[in-house]
Design a protein around this ligand. Structure first.
Ligand code: AP5
Ligand code: ZN
Length: 216
């Protein structure tokens, strides 16, 4: 399956992506994770991306498009993929369509997770992540067994630099202006699977599972 997961910051894309890749054996490609990995390793790309991410703005299309197009050429992607956080502008979506067409393939489904704005801020500001394995927690909704410690590897959980209330508000605004037009773009292609992301994590996955099985 070739999938995109779309939704505002804090909608639960990364959380659902973990279950989707495990259930459907597809490769998880998260542009946010690629940038954070590059920031951690202090690469040129990381330095460039950080200045945009810290302000809650989008990294320029030409930087992102090349990264994703290169990643889609790797052999492990042939079995299927889930793009998380990409595309984020109509320009990126057009570039993705062109890259897939050149590869003789196309998307099967775009999972659109919608969540009311008032829930998004609480979700993103309360998020904690494991710097070692990348697992995501939440201070209220998805607590680790021991406060502040990853269940899997005992690492100390951290907060993302862009998860301050001010930056989250900016990211939601950027989503509404630059990314939400993709909903109509994919609706017009008959690819959109609308999911109510305000429900509990397991319920949201159940909606996705049922939706994808109807597509198959
Ligand atoms: P990115 O990393 O993609 O961040 P985002 O889109 O802002 O999304 P988040 O990771 O914040 O949220 P999510 O939907 O994955 O939520 P999660 O599952 O963690 O991008 C970061 C930055 O990188 C961008 O601002 C931009 O600068 C740059 N960038 C990345 N891609 C780009 C691109 N293509 N073009 C240009 N720039 C790009 O859940 C959030 C919290 O809620 C967690 O704590 C979780 O436990 C909790 N939660 C999840 N689901 C539920 C639920 N159902 N009920 C209760 N709690 C829940
Ligand atoms: Zn961990």
């Amino acid at each position: 399956m070739r999938l995109v997961i779309l939704g505002p910051p804090g909608a639960g894309k990364g959380t659902q992506a973990a279950s989707i890749v495990e259930t459907y054996n597809v490769v998880h490609i998260s542009t946010g994770d690629i940038f954070r990995e590059n920031i951690k390793n202090a690469t040129e790309l990381g330095k460039k991306a950080k200045s945009y991410m810290d302000r809650g703005e989008l990294v320029p299309d030409e930087v992102v498009n090349d990264i994703v197009v290169d990643r889609l050429k790797k052999p492990d992607v042939e079995a299927g993929f889930l793009l998380d956080g990409f595309p984020r502008t109509v320009n990126q979506a057009v570039s993705l369509d062109a890259a897939l067409e050149a590869m003789g393939t196309k998307l099967d489904c775009v999972i659109n997770i919608h969540v009311p704005s008032e829930l998004l801020i609480d979700r993103a500001v309360g998020r904690r992540v494991c710097p070692t394995c990348g697992r995501t927690y939440h201070v209220k909704n998805q607590k680790p067994k021991v406060e502040g410690i990853c269940d899997d590897d005992n690492s100390k959980l951290i907060q993302r630099d862009d998860d301050t209330e001010e930056t989250v508000k900016k990211r939601i605004d950027v989503y509404e202006r630059q990314t939400s037009p993709l909903i109509d773009y994919y609706k017009a292609q008959g690819l959109l699977l609308d999911i109510d992301g305000s429900k509990a994590i397991d319920d949201v996955f159940e909606q996705i599972r049922r939706g994808l099985e109807n597509e198959a």
